[in-house]
Ligand binder design. Sequence first.
Ligand SMILES: Nc1nc2c(ncn2[C@@H]2O[C@H](COP(=O)(O)OP(=O)(O)O)[C@@H](O)[C@H]2O)c(=O)[nH]1
Ligand SMILES: [Mg+2]
Length: 272
Amino acid sequence: MVGMDSGTPPVLFVVGTAGAGKSSLVTSFQRWSRFLETDAIAVNLDPGAERVHYDAEFDVRDLISLTEVMGEYDLGPNGAQILAADLLAAQAGDVAAQLHALSGEVMIVDTPGQVELFAFREASNHLIEVIGREQSAIIYLFDPMLSRSPSGFVSQMLLSSIVEFRLGLPTKNFLSKADLLEPDELAQILEWSERLEILEMALYDEAGGQRTEFAINQLRMMQEFAQAPGLTPLSSELEEGLADILTFAQALFGGMSDARDGFAADNDDEKN
Ligand SMILES: Nc1nc2c(ncn2[C@@H]2O[C@H](COP(=O)(O)OP(=O)(O)O)[C@@H](O)[C@H]2O)c(=O)[nH]1
Ligand SMILES: [Mg+2]
């Protein structure tokens, strides 16, 4: 177990824009963890999920049904999502108690499809508070298609920083569905993530001086405060980059010694 006094394992919230691959990551991470005999607890906090492909040990849909909220309050899907987030916050104590009763080495949490439902509702901050802020972190997923243009890439850097700022949790950025990118596209995006001056030139070509100056200045400032800089490629499809998620949690929260040995060994195998 991890060395937190509460005994609750690290809680990793998977966040990203709609379709970024959040639910797929939880599925893939659970499958992969099982294979390594590590106990990962999968949690679904998306009341709007039609179906999930992982075994959710806690599923918000057992508490709140989006269809019922729509019917009961005469709301469309968007309004119902917002209300559902607030209804969930009202039961946050209950949710936290149920989550704390689960045992495992790491908890991975699927969040609502639209990023703002998690990042910009006050409900989420409350939920994070009761679950335990000190052992929580964010896995932020970049959409691969949006990342191919400098402006799309920069927009996601900024959005990730805003989410990090908003929720006040350590955040690590991952490039989701990396298997969909051509090798040269992937290399380009990773270079942008490592070298701000290269990104600046690319953005200048695409967006012109004024927009570039604005965005790069924002980024430069925000990156000074980033706890986990860089961008790590990830593929739920190919089960790549999953060990880096665990390494991130390990670096933040320590512990997981037994599991870690397994992961480290597995990681080496992949590289050989
Ligand atoms: N090729 C590929 N497709 C993926 C990967 N992860 C997710 N997808 C696809 O991307 C779409 C959106 O994924 P989903 O997990 O539902 O996104 P969410 O809205 O962020 O939960 C689905 O069609 C997935 O099959 C991946 O690693 N590789
Ligand atoms: Mg989803």
